[in-house]
Design a protein around this ligand. Structure first.
Ligand code: DAH
Length: 346
């Protein structure tokens, strides 16, 4: 018969107390549990000795030692498990994984350019006005002195709105921000000094330089004694603030129904400074937008006496400015919402 040392459990207890001192993580606790209480652990091995003890008193003694030790080991390990529980959760985090990137929102490049434009005009005493994108033919064309035969009115050029009961097609998506001029002049008396930014729509086939939705900023200044020189001074100052002090501007005669005289504004090419390059197609100038002295018919239509007051107006495209500023060669990028494009402007 094999002799069983009856001090076995006293010995195991000392050993466990010693092992506990070395525990410093949830992993250590688990190792300890396997070593003492696991299926092949020390307690399980000790239980196999029962059948080797023949004396009933010895068996009883051994049995008491067994169950006392089991209770002791279980409570010690449970206590340690509770202590290292939080850490165990952290143990599960794989610290070798790459970190997760924080995506912060950013302003759309058109919004950024628009804010800059607004800032510059605010600095010159202009306030910001807005108007509806769904407009009436009256505000978009009639009140702006646009003749009935004008091609901009064509169904092929303008998005008319199909509104039940409106067979005259009185509603459309505004083709320009100019109708805001009318809305403001109907409400306010001179002096009026406003800009009106917003979305505009035209039935254009999308390509690198055309988008059926785009943005404009309208400018309007009406008061006594306002001259073309005021227009020029303001426009020159604006483009210098936007593109740098070395920027030149020039006015080319043009036609718009709502201004007389009218002019198109060019700025000296930002890339070659007038030398001639690919962007300005060798001319040294970049076309920026339209402008002119508000037509007396327009002033009369809103009840402002053109004998007493005069004014100027301009309209410019925001995409054009953003494209030049950031070197973007395709207008469609602004409206496709490709995150790889947009995140470059965060
Ligand atoms: N509305 C014109 C366009 O979309 C731009 C424009 C030209 C606006 C002359 C004006 C202006 O206010 O005076 O082409």
């Amino acid at each position: 018969m094999k002799t069983i040392d009856m001090r076995y459990f006293a010995f195991l207890t000392d050993r466990l107390k010693g092992d506990v001192k070395d525990v410093s993580s949830a992993g250590d606790v688990e190792q300890l549990r396997v070593k003492y209480l696991g299926r092949k652990g020390l307690l399980s091995k000790a239980s196999q000795n029962f059948k080797l003890i023949e004396e009933p008193d010895d068996r009883r003694f051994y049995g008491r030692g067994f169950s006392e030790f089991k209770k002791f080991a279980t409570s010690v390990i449970e206590e340690l498990q509770a202590k290292y529980q939080d850490e165990k959760r952290i143990d599960k985090v794989d610290l070798t994984l790459p970190g997760r990137r924080d995506f912060s929102g950013g302003l759309h490049p058109l919004t950024q350019v628009l804010e800059e434009i607004i800032d510059i005009f605010r600095g010159m005493g202009f306030t910001v006005e807005t108007g509806p994108e769904a407009e009436t033919v009256y505000y978009n064309f009639d009140a702006l002195n646009t003749p009935h035969w004008h091609p901009a009115r064509d169904l092929t050029d303008t998005f008319y709105l199909d509104i039940p009961g409106d067979d005259k097609l009185n509603w459309l998506l505004r083709t320009e921000t100019s109708p805001v001029q009318i809305r403001v002049m109907e409400r306010k008396r001179p002096p009026i000094r406003i800009i009106a930014p917003g979305r505009t729509y035209r039935k254009d086939k999308p390509d690198a330089t055309h988008s059926p939705v785009f943005m404009q900023v309208e400018g309007l200044y009406v008061d006594k004694g306002v001259t073309f020189a005021d227009l020029k001074g303001t426009v020159v100052a604006f483009y210098r603030a936007l593109f740098g002090p070395e920027t030149d501007s020039r006015f080319r005669p043009h036609f718009f129904p709502f201004t007389e005289p009218s002019a198109e504004v060019d700025v000296s090419c930002l890339f070659c400074r007038g030398e001639g390059c690919r962007v300005c197609k060798g001319s040294g100038w970049l076309e920026m937008g339209g402008s002119g002295m508000v037509d007396p018919n327009v002033l009369e239509g809103v009840g402002i006496d053109p004998e007493v007051y005069s004014g100027w107006a301009f309209g410019l495209g925001i995409e054009r400015i953003a494209m030049l500023k950031y070197g973007i060669e395709d207008i469609r990028l602004f409206y496709e919402n490709d995150i790889r494009f947009l995140e470059q402007f965060d």
